[in-house]
Design a protein around this ligand. Structure first.
Ligand code: MTE
Length: 312
């Protein structure tokens, strides 16, 4: 079993990162217009034609594709930030199926293509804040989890959604060790899962999701610490009880079920008040972490009346 740590300055000072690596927003928007003009046809079902700005987009400049695909957490491939880029290429993502079960009207094992049928793929430029106190800005492509849940039909007794990642040690070298209790597991309250911000990502930067980022489909919950955004999902289950979640099982004192980004509730071993933006350059200052990672206007109501130091 492993213990996660706050990123140190050693880990932070990667010599290959320069300020100019950050794609200026204007360039990116320009690129988006070009993609839209191309009709989105070449991008197929993954990126979709809907490249208009969403009301949820941050106006911060997205990180480069290089940043987003070379500095990852995906313990199935190892614990170092470079392990996923090194090893995840060997993961077979086609064929892929997702078992959907529990309190649903239409349970079954869905082929990826069937699951994606009818889903509205959008682009969402989201802030992403890891519990280790680093952050990025990622232009995801994906659909709202709510749309998938509507497709399979949620029964009235359902209160939570539970997710599992693939277990395939032959292709996932980290799973040959008991780094975590495999499969990686996550969960959301049903109202969190139905929130329009909650995304199932199938791509980024208008291209198919790279394996190291959780291909072929992963969760993205931008107001929660990054570990809630479970990768390479093979099971979605609707339950009436709060499901077990990997980091909470690993260390319940350090990681709660909710894991909302909260600068006022520190990790027991480090402060959560600030964060380091990946790709910001060697001399950039740490930034203040925002409550709910800046998404309070859409999600604060979900937690009205709850003591967020207790339900961390
Ligand atoms: N999902 C699985 N299956 N295994 C993991 O180790 N790491 C989590 C999350 N999802 C993880 C996972 C953590 S700690 C973070 S910060 C994000 O994935 C990292 O996502 P990224 O590599 O796309 O930035």
């Amino acid at each position: 079993m492993v213990e996660r740590c706050e990123e140190t300055d050693d880990m932070a000072f990667r010599s290959d990162l320069k300020y100019s690596d950050v794609t200026p927003k204007a360039d990116y928007l320009n690129r988006r217009q070009i993609m839209a003009a191309a009709g989105g046809a070449a991008l197929g079902a993954i990126a979709g034609p809907a490249l208009a700005a969403s009301p949820y987009d941050t106006d911060l400049a997205p990180n480069t594709l290089e940043d987003i695909t070379s500095y990852n957490n995906f313990y199935e491939f190892g614990t170092s930030k470079s392990d996923p880029a090194r090893y995840a290429g060997a993961l077979t993502t086609d064929p892929w199926s997702v078992r959907i079960d529990g309190l649903v009207e239409r349970p079954g094992t869905y082929d990826l293509a069937d699951l994606l049928k009818g889903m509205d793929i959008e682009e969402r430029i989201y802030r992403f804040r890891c519990v280790e106190a680093w952050s990025m800005v990622v232009p995801w492509n994906g659909f709202q989890l709510s749309q998938l849940l509507e497709k399979v039909g949620v029964q009235s007794g359902a209160k939570y959604v539970y997710f599992e990642t693939l277990v395939r040690p032959e292709e996932m070298p980290g799973q040959k060790r008991r780094l975590l209790d495999w499969p990686y597991r996550e969960g959301l309250r049903l109202d969190e899962a139905m929130n329009p911000l909650t995304l199932i990502a199938t791509g980024l930067y208008g291209e198919v999701l790279p394996n190291q980022n959780g291909a072929p489909l992963r969760l993205v919950v931008p107001w929660k610490y990054g570990f809630k955004s479970i990768k390479s999902i093979v099971r979605i289950s609707l339950t009436d009880k709060q499901p077990p979640t990997t980091w909470n099982m690993q260390n319940p004192r350090e990681y709660g079920f909710y894991s909302n980004v909260n600068p006022q509730v520190d990790h027991p071993r480090w402060s959560q008040a600030t964060e380091r933006r990946i790709g910001g350059g060697l001399f950039s200052r740490r930034q203040e972490t925002l409550m709910f990672n800046g998404y309070g206007e859409w999600v604060a109501d979900l937690y009205k009346g709850m003591d967020l130091a207790k339900y961390f």
